[in-house]
Design a protein around this ligand. Structure first.
Ligand SMILES: Nc1ncnc2c1ncn2[C@@H]1O[C@H](COP(=O)(O)OP(=O)(O)OP(=O)(O)O)[C@@H](O)[C@H]1O
Ligand SMILES: C[C@@](O)(CCOP(=O)(O)OP(=O)(O)O)CC(=O)O
Length: 397
């Protein structure tokens, strides 16, 4: 019996992947760029065990067994790992051995916080450790076939998923643009919006967009290629102004395409739109971009902000979106935030303008996660295993 246990990060796209040119191979219609978030705050953790004595492949997600054979995406990932093991001459795991997988997310699953990206990246990375396959571009093509955005979570820092041109998808790979150490003060606040409404799953939503949206063609042919070049340059130059503008415009365009889909897909809600409007007001008061929003296929906002501006932004958020739980231990999660004091050199005129902003909504967020740019997946020691003798910890007892 052999095992590997790993953690993998969430990534949030700055230029969105939306639309496939091949459903099964998960080949996108456009390139995308994301930032990987630190695993200290958000991560998937997975143990994979292979044994001669296992009769079937099995998987447990957050403690509950999920049908392995009923999931074509899981099966495709395993099949691809087997193929790479042969190609790399790795004989660590005999091909006839079945595997057991246990995975947990330290944040809500399927709540629009990119659990599928962290989850499939973690699965594929753990399998690569088990089968002794190197982490390289080819491995990103395997994660891509679990969930498209997962290929970007195999690297830390800033990552580009190249759409590729080949029919077999072998050139549709993720590559790191810059490591997390390149822009270490790039922080993120995730505003988890109070909303239990069910969304249209990303897979379905983008399928409908490709079929029915007329705007998506213009985005793919014209807008994204220009933005990719500009954003790469902005990242290289630590140019937060261009970074922020492209990020916000691309989020808006993605949601415009979702609305241009027929029937339309509505992912943002009223609170999301109020956050957008607040960030524009805030940036105007500050005389430049101090924060940039982006929204995935759900109402939660992800705000990019430089570390030195976090306390002031959070202070302003609490002014306009006051929460009764602000001082509770569970409202502000993740990295600690120093209180705003005199060391935050804010022009008194700006201070006054922020202070005079009206309350927009009370108790609009369930909680806020403060995190930052982070590293790619990593292997943990055996004492972190989620499986004992091939069964999840609690089932074994
Ligand atoms: N740790 C994990 N290991 C393996 N698969 C996972 C893991 N976490 C989530 N998944 C898969 O991802 C699915 C959830 O993906 P879904 O796209 O619905 O939500 P999300 O990724 O949280 O949100 P979004 O894609 O909108 O950001 C789960 O049903 C499961 O199949
Ligand atoms: C809005 C997005 O988060 C869409 C992510 O879509 P998925 O990667 O979840 O879709 P599938 O490939 O069908 O599994 C934008 C992005 O991450 O680029």
């Amino acid at each position: 019996m052999i095992s590997a246990t790993c953690v993998a990060p969430v990534n949030i796209a700055l230029i969105k992947y939306w639309g496939k040119r091949h459903e099964d191979l998960i080949l996108p219609v456009n390139d995308s760029i994301s930032m990987t978030l630190s695993t200290d705050e958000l991560c998937a953790k997975t143990t994979v065990t292979a044994s001669e004595s296992f009769e079937t492949n099995r998987m447990w997600l957050n403690g509950e067994e999920v049908p392995f054979e009923g999931s074509p995406r899981l099966q495709r990932c395993l099949k691809e790992v087997h193929r790479l093991a042969v190609a790399n001459g790795s004989q660590k795991v005999p091909p006839s051995w079945k595997i057991h997988i246990a995975s947990v997310n330290n944040f809500p699953t399927a709540a629009g916080l990119a659990s599928s990206a962290a989850g499939y990246a973690c699965l594929v990375y753990s399998l690569s450790r088990l089968y002794d396959i190197p982490l390289n571009e080819e491995l990103t093509t395997v994660a891509r076939q679990g969930s498209g955005s997962a290929c970007r979570s195999l690297y830390g820092g800033f990552v580009q998923w190249h759409r590729g041109a080949l029919d077999d998808g072998s050139d549709s790979v993720a590559k790191q643009i810059a490591p997390s150490s390149h822009w270490p003060n790039m922080h993120v606040l995730i505003l988890v919006v109070n909303d239990e409404r069910k969304k249209t799953a990303s897979t379905k939503g983008m399928q409908q967009a490709v079929k029915t949206s007329q705007l998506i063609k213009h985005r793919v042919d014209k807008v994204v290629p220009e933005r990719i070049t500009q954003l790469r340059e902005a990242i290289a130059n630590h140019d937060f102004q261009t970074f922020a503008e492209i990020t916000m415009k691309d989020s808006n365009q993605f949601h415009a395409i979702a609305l241009d889909t027929f029937p339309p897909c509505v992912y943002m809600n009223d609170v999301s739109h109020r956050i957008v409007s607040f960030i524009h007001d805030y940036n105007e008061i500050m005389g430049g971009y101090h924060a940039a929003y982006t929204f995935d296929a759900g109402p939660n906002a992800c705000l990019y902000v430089l570390e030195e501006n976090v306390p002031h932004l959070l202070d302003a958020i609490q002014k306009v979106f006051p929460s009764d739980s602000f001082d509770s231990d569970t409202y502000l999660r993740g990295l600690s935030v120093p209180k705003v004091d005199k060391s935050h050199k804010i022009d008194p005129a700006q201070r006054n303008k922020i202070d005079s902003l009206d309350i927009i909504a009370k108790n609009a967020f369930r909680y806020i996660i403060h995190t930052k740019v982070g590293e790619g997946p990593r292997e943990l020691s055996a004492d972190n295993s989620l499986l004992i003798n091939g069964l999840p910890l609690e089932k074994e007892k």
